[in-house]
Structure formats: C-alpha cells, structure tokens
Design a protein around this ligand. Sequence first.
Ligand code: CO
Length: 132
Amino acid sequence: MRKIEHLGIAVKDLEQSNALFKRLLGKEHYKEEAVEGEGVKTSFFQIGETKIELLEASRDDSPIAKYIAKKSEGIHHIAFDVQDIYAEVARLKNEGFEILNEIPKEGADNKLVVFLHPKSTNGVLVELCQEK
Ligand code: CO
C-alpha cells in the first residue's frame, strides 16, 4: 500500500456537505460522480496528496443509506492506494483478512476498488483502490 488515497465520509445531504466542506477546507470540490452500482453520489475534495470523498445515498437500499440509519453521518471508510490490486487482494487474503469483493469493481474517480470487511480490520471499512 502506498498512501491514503482518500477518506470516505457518509453524509445525508451532498449539497449541504459540499458547502460545509468548502467552508472547512477553503476550496471547492473538484468533481461529483454517481456510482450507480453502489447507489451513491460522491463528491471529491483534493487535500495535498489525498482526498476527501463525500458519499450520499442515491437510493434506500444503498450501503450508505444503511450506514447512516445505523451509525449516522461520519467517517465511513479509509481508502489505500495500491499499485496492483490483484496482488494486494491475494496478499491480504493470505494474511487472513476477509475480503468483501475479491473481484475488483468499478469505483468512483476512475478506480478499481475492493473492500475488506470491518470485522477483520478493527471495525474500519478498508478500501483498496488502483487507478485504472
Ligand atoms: Co472510497
């Protein structure tokens, strides 16, 4: 793993949160993107080498809707940049981590992504992402 690529934050209202993070960070988000497969709308802020990804549910059965119903808004996942996502999945599986999707899927921001189950990572949802 090379760096923290982004932190994912679950929000109820993307537009309000874009305005809030603009005030907080002193800059605008640089893109918004819907990921239909995950039922989310995202927006990204660049902070140095890393990013903040705001996530709003776009339908009721979205993982983000479930997360907010259970835990409310807040930090949802940490995403690590990896060079070879297939090799990292094999390595982490071998280390005993529970992989949620062994086959990388399309994520936001032109990435292939894999998630690790939080129960195998101290309660933190971990995302691996590789630039496509
Ligand atoms: Co993410």
